[in-house]
Design a protein. Structure first.
Length: 490
């Protein structure tokens, strides 16, 4: 899941106010800015420990996920023991336990895995995960808060068939807009009473009241009721204007238009997740594919960028690649290689993530298992690459940890998040014995900054309804015509 950032008023983060004021101003002023820095880099760092019990616990803490409201508050979640939910109100400098949240309240879920966090609207927070239930299969769990995590709902089972099925519903993700629409996706072998078959398909459910109630679970991939191929690991994002995008891995050949190897496809909704387009391939231009670990993010209204791992069968290697769509997913550009031979060999794991500040800067992070010359690492490290021109060019991959060449712990499952105001947080799990943390897996993190050129004002202007936008636009045009007439008279 990746939510919008709105540093320049190009798309929505908290509401549509700033965009509408920028639209009115644009009737009178045209400004061009171009501040791309091809030499952008992150200075290698010594990471900090996020989980406060790292030096005393022996529990494995894994799969960190972070979200931000863009106004200084960040929420982190991961699977493990102790304080698995934290909040920071000072851009990641300090972290406190997020009290009041319990995924086991009511006994519906025994425990959950791989939490995915969203922050949106006016202090809204949502966390989706998949959890073990009393019937011993996995189902989709959702909890939400309307006050920036001060209080929380009881856990809700999203897959409405969960109390009677025996299939595992896993790999969940979530996106939400400021109108209260929340969409959750996951994959499952559920056959929906014979309507979906027993292969693995992509499912979804949507809420229009910030997660309080949910629609019936449905198959998202349009061919899901007739195919026998598997679909894996969906991710979802929204641009905040009714457009949602879901991408996933598939072995289906899209009626013979692509092969039966592992490919990346995406499906779009233009009506707040109510209906979905036929899937389109993101990697049609790539041959001999073994593609995985896709992530997707908007960078404007109906504009999307995706990143994933592309594996070529000969030679045996994996590449980090990106592709863009500017027609809401109908077509995609040919993939651009971020880091060729990125150390992501077939004995590696699939963990590529990215984010943008909404100002043209993107950061991709991944977890290689060999160095860029092909030599196997003794342990894993987190690498990154930066683009400052919306993905046209990328810096050479480099390790984020200053001790990457000397430490012995495995660094895995990175996640990177920007608040759209120049602040970034990168988190990952590691069994490195940092500051006495021991050799169990703990959550590491670091913060860094990149300046943005189009920061919004510290205080948002007052709410401007769309009707006022139209009225002010007409008034501006009338004044313009009146001025022209006066000039003609003189």
């Amino acid at each position: 899941m990746k939510q919008l950032n709105d540093p320049a008023g190009i798309f929505v983060e908290k509401n549509q106010t700033y965009f509408r004021w920028r639209f009115i101003a644009a009737l009178f002023v045209l400004v061009g800015l171009n501040c791309s820095d091809s030499n952008a880099q992150i200075t290698p760092i010594v990471p900090d420990l996020m989980n406060s019990d790292a030096t005393v616990d022996a529990t494995h803490d894994t799969s960190p996920e972070i979200a931000t409201d863009g106004d200084g508050t960040w929420i982190a979640a991961w699977q493990g023991g102790g304080d698995s939910y934290l909040i920071s109100t000072d851009n990641g400098q300090t972290w406190l336990a997020l009290n009041g949240i319990s995924v086991t309240t009511g006994g519906l879920f025994q425990f959950v895995l791989q939490p995915r966090v969203i922050m949106y609207g006016n202090e809204r927070v949502g966390i989706v995960s998949y959890g073990r239930t009393d019937d011993l299969d996995w189902d989709i769990c959702y909890v939400y808060s309307a006050d920036n995590g001060a209080t929380w709902s009881d856990p809700i089972m999203i897959n409405d068939y969960g109390s009677t099925d025996s299939s595992n519903d896993i790999s969940s993700d979530v996106a939400a807009d400021n109108n209260g629409t929340v969409v959750v996706t996951w994959h499952s072998k559920e056959d929906l009473n014979g309507r979906a078959g027993t292969d693995i398909d992509i499912f979804y459910s949507r809420s229009t009241d910030h997660g309080a109630t949910w629609s019936a679970s449905a198959v998202l991939n349009s061919y899901g009721t007739t195919d026998s191929a598997w679909e894996y690991d969906p991710v979802i994002a929204t641009d905040g204007y009714g457009n949602f995008m879901v991408a996933w891995e598939t072995a289906y050949d899209l009626n013979g238009t692509i092969g039966t190897d592992r490919d990346i496809v995406a499906s779009a909704s233009t009506d707040y997740g109510a209906t979905w387009s036929d899937p389109a391939p993101l990697n049609a231009a790539l041959e001999y594919n073994a593609d995985s670990s896709v992530q997707i993010h908007p960078y404007g209204i109906g504009k999307w960028m995706a990143v994933w791992e592309h594996g070529a069968f000969s030679p045996t290697r994996k590449e980090v690649v990106v592709a863009r769509s500017e027609d809401n997913g109908a077509t995609w550009t040919s993939p651009i290689v971020v880091e060729s031979n990125a150390g992501l060999y077939y004995n590696g794991t699939d963990n590529v993530h990215f984010d943008t500040d909404g100002d043209g800067t993107w950061v991709v992070v991944w977890e290689p298992t060999s160095d860029l010359s092909g030599e196997n690492f003794v342990e894993k490290d987190i690498y990154y690459s930066i683009s400052t021109d919306n993905g046209d060019t990328w810096t050479i991959g480099a390790p984020i940890d200053v001790n990457a060449g000397a430490d012995t712990g495995d660094d895995e499952n990175p996640d990177v998040v920007s608040d759209g105001m120049g602040n970034w947080i990168l988190s990952w799990e590691s069994d490195e014995d940092l500051a006495g943390a021991g050799t169990d897996n703990d959550i590491f993190f670091t913060t860094f900054t990149f300046p943005v050129t189009n920061s919004p004002p510290e205080e948002m202007p007052p709410e401007l309804p769309i009707e006022s936008v139209v009225a002010l636009g007409i008034a501006a045009l009338a004044l313009l015509l009146l001025g022209v007439r006066k000039m003609n008279r003189t």
